[in-house]
Design a protein around this ligand. Structure first.
Ligand SMILES: [Zn+2]
Length: 269
């Protein structure tokens, strides 16, 4: 849905008809396709007429009308298409991420709408068919951290709640991170075994939460942080996942200081 450069003067960001055309070009480079039958060209007619909403087509096979948003996160949304397109573009072009509060200020919606847009857009960036990370002769580092505003920066109200984040990193590979309610083996194990191949060598710190689940993997190495043992033998370390957390926290401080931990509900990569 996004362009490589963000030019806010582009009409697709404020004209809903142009936004729709933009989406149609992206989704249907060869012309409209029925989302139910997959047919196109002479099987499709564009509906015209005063009572018809813009961008509606009809399939001659299933005889049902459709538009470019059918089957997407935008289907039946009351949010104007130009705002969807702009929100997606802003999200994709903000390297350190953008909070829903910032989006609200930039696109003139209320907070709930901004939050909803980002949440749905993030959801659809995840490939549901992707497999687990790691595998034979691969090392997967796992670790957890806490993210949240510092109490001293908050003038009123109770201290901000910290969000627990659990992350898995395949060395030289993909990162997946998850917002978890609590850090214990009951919450971490299902994430671990679903997202990391059990043929992998698991690398963690010595936290008890990994002891039992670690036995399910081809191997389990631990690093003893309390003994200042961060890198041993060039293999036993968890620096990859720790560097990822450092980057994540910098992004949180830069963009998410009014902490919006919900954004972690879906995996980041
Ligand atoms: Zn059809």
């Amino acid at each position: 849905m996004t362009k490589s450069k963000l030019d806010l003067r582009d009409p697709i960001y404020h004209d809903d008809a142009k936004a729709r055309e933009h989406l149609e070009t992206l989704l249907w480079p060869d012309g409209p396709v029925c989302p139910r039958c997959g047919v196109m060209e002479d099987r499709i007619t564009k509906l015209k007429g005063k009572s018809t909403r813009p961008g509606v087509y009809k399939c001659k096979d299933c005889r049902k009308p459709f538009s470019v948003t059918v089957g997407t996160v935008m289907e039946r949304s009351k949010v104007p298409l130009s705002k969807w397109v702009l929100a997606a573009q802003l999200m994709a072009s903000s390297k350190k991420g953008m909070s829903a509060l910032q989006l609200k200020r930039m696109i003139g919606t209320n907070y709930e709408t901004a939050w909803f847009l980002f949440h749905r857009l993030r959801e659809c960036t995840i490939d549901p068919k992707r497999g687990p990370i790691g595998g034979n002769n691969k090392v997967v580092e796992a670790d957890e951290t806490y993210i949240g505003g510092k109490a001293k920066n908050k003038a009123f109200g109770p201290p901000p709640k910290k969000a627990a984040v659990f992350a898995l990193v395949e060395r030289d590979g993909e990162v997946r991170s998850f917002h978890v309610a609590n850090v214990n083996s009951k919450t971490l194990r299902p994430i671990l075994v679903k997202n990391a191949s059990r043929k992998s060598y698991l690398m963690t710190d010595e936290a008890g939460v990994y002891v039992k689940t670690g036995r399910e993997f081809a191997g389990h190495g631990t690093v003893n942080h309390s003994a200042d043992e961060y890198v041993r033998g060039g293999f036993w370390y968890t620096n990859t996942v720790e560097s990822y957390f450092a980057l994540l926290k910098r992004g949180m401080m830069g963009s998410f200081h009014e902490s919006d931990p919900v954004f972690l509900d879906t995996e980041l990569s």
